[in-house]
Design a protein around this ligand. Structure first.
Ligand code: BGC
Ligand code: CA
Length: 371
C-alpha cells in the first residue's frame, strides 16, 4: 500500500516534469518537485503506518490474555458454587483469559474475610471483579469500594436488593447482577408436588398437606423466595397446607440430615419435605431412609440445583424432583458480562436466566446435558 502510493506519486511528478519539459531547467525543477513529492508521500505513508500500528495496539488491549479477573466466592465448601466456579474459570480461559490472571478466592462464609479479599484485588489493580457476596446486605458497601476504585463489577448468585440495584442505573455504574429469579425455582418445586395430585400426596387423607421446610441461609433471597413460593404454589392450586417444622440448614447436607432426622421423629405424619437446595435434599434423603420411609410411597422430597447425585436420585425414584439451577448459563453470562465491561461494550443492570423443572421425565436429558 505504502509502496504503491509512493510510486504513483513519483510517476505523476515525472509525467509533470516531462510535460513541462521545454528546457533543462524546467526538467530539473520538475525532477526536484517529483522527488519532494515522493519524499512527502513517503512521510505521509510512514505516518499512516504509525497510526495504523497505534490503532492495532489499542485493539490489542482488548485482547483478554493480559486482563486480570478477581473472583470472590462466598464459600468454596458449597456444592453448587463449586460447579459454578469451575465452569466460570474454564469458560473464562476458553474466551482468551490466561489461567494465571484469574484469581478465585474463598470467602469462607465470612463477610470480613471477603471484604479484605476485595480490597486486595483493588490494590492489585484487577480489570474486573466477579463477586458472590457472603451477605447480600453488604452489597452497598462492596459496590462503593469497587466503583470507587473504578473497577467494573459483576455480582453473581446472591442478588443484592432492589434499592441497591437501583443505585447502579441511577449512577450509570458498571455494575450488574447475573442470576435467576429464585421465585421461579420455589414455584417449580411446589408445582412438582401439585402435579402428583392431592390424592396421592395427602397420605393421611386429612385434606391438608403436612410438610417440613429446610431453608438455606435465610439472609439469602434464594432461601427466602424458595421457602415462600414453593408453599404458595400448593395454595394457589387450592390445597391446604400444614407446616410441621421450618428449620435453617444453611445449604448444607450434614446440617439438613440432622434437622430432618429430628423433624421426622417428632412428626412422622410428614408428607412432603421441601429443601431449598439439593445438598440439603440429599441430607434429608439419608434421614428419610434411616427412618425406614420410602420416597414416592410414603413421603415426597424436592430440592433445587440438579446436582448429579440428585438427578440420579430422581431417576431412581428416591427424590421426587428438583429444579435445574443453570450454573452453566449463569457462569457464562457472568464471564460475558465481565468481557463486555473490558471491551467497553457495557451491560444491562440485570442479566436473568431461567430455572428448569426436573422430574423423572427429563432428569436423564438434564444429566446428559451436564456431561
Ligand atoms: C443454590 C444453593 C447454594 C446457594 C449459594 C443457591 O442458588 O441453589 O445450592 O448453596 O445458591 O448462595
Ligand atoms: Ca395430610
Amino acid at each position: 500500500m505504502k509502496k504503491k502510493l509512493v510510486s504513483l506519486l513519483t510517476v505523476s511528478a515525472m509525467t509533470m516534469a516531462m510535460l513541462v519539459g521545454c528546457g533543462e531547467t524546467a526538467a530539473d525543477t520538475a525532477t526536484q518537485t517529483a522527488e519532494t513529492v515522493a519524499e512527502t508521500a513517503e512521510t505521509v505513508a510512514d505516518t499512516a503506518t504509525e497510526v495504523a500500528e497505534t490503532v492495532a495496539e489499542t485493539a490489542g488491549n482488548a485482547d483478554l490474555a493480559d486482563k486480570k479477573v478477581g473472583v470472590c466466592i462466598y464459600q468454596f465448601a458449597d456444592n453448587f458454587m463449586t460447579l459454578f466456579r469451575t465452569e466460570l474459570e474454564n469458560y473464562l480461559v476458553s474466551q482468551g483469559f490466561s489461567k494465571d490472571n484469574i484469581t478465585i478466592v474463598d470467602g469462607a462464609n465470612d463477610q470480613a474475610t471477603q471484604t479484605n479479599q476485595i480490597q486486595n484485588f483493588i490494590t492489585q489493580g484487577v480489570d474486573v471483579l466477579i463477586i458472590n457476596p457472603v451477605n447480600s446486605s453488604s452489597a452497598a458497601t462492596i459496590t462503593d469500594l469497587v466503583v470507587g476504585a473504578d473497577i467494573p463489577l459483576v455480582y453473581i448468585n446472591r442478588e443484592p436488593d432492589a434499592d441497591e440495584e437501583a443505585r447502579w442505573s441511577a449512577n450509570n455504574w458498571n455494575v450488574t447482577y447475573v442470576g435467576c429469579d429464585a421465585r421461579q425455582s420455589g414455584t417449580m418445586q411446589g408445582e412438582i408436588i401439585v402435579d402428583l395430585g392431592q390424592e396421592k400426596v395427602d397420605l393421611n387423607g386429612d385434606g391438608k398437606i403436612q410438610y417440613i421446610m429446610i431453608e438455606g441461609d435465610p439472609e439469602n433471597v434464594d432461601a427466602q423466595y424458595r421457602t415462600e413460593f414453593s408453599v404458595k404454589a400448593l395454595e394457589d392450586a387450592g390445597w391446604t397446607v400444614d407446616c410441621l417444622d421450618d428449620q435453617v440448614g444453611n445449604w448444607d447436607q450434614a446440617t439438613a440430615q440432622q434437622l430432618v432426622a429430628n423433624s421426622l421423629s417428632a412428626h412422622p405424619e410428614t408428607e412432603v419435605v421441601f429443601c431449598n437446595n439439593d445438598a440439603m435434599a440429599l441430607g434429608a434423603l439419608q434421614s428419610i431412609e434411616a427412618a425406614g420411609r420410602k420416597v414416592g410411597e410414603d413421603i415426597y422430597l424436592v430440592g433445587v440445583d440438579a446436582l448429579t447425585e440428585a438427578l440420579e436420585d430422581v431417576l431412581a425414584g428416591t427424590m421426587t424432583g428438583t429444579v435445574f439451577n443453570d450454573h452453566i448459563a449463569q457462569s457464562h453470562g457472568a464471564a460475558d458480562a465481565a468481557i463486555n465491561y473490558i471491551t467497553g461494550a457495557g451491560n444491562d443492570y440485570y442479566i436473568g436466566c431461567d430455572y428448569v423443572k426436573v422430574t423423572t421425565d427429563n432428569a436423564q436429558s438434564v444429566l446428559d446435558s451436564l456431561k
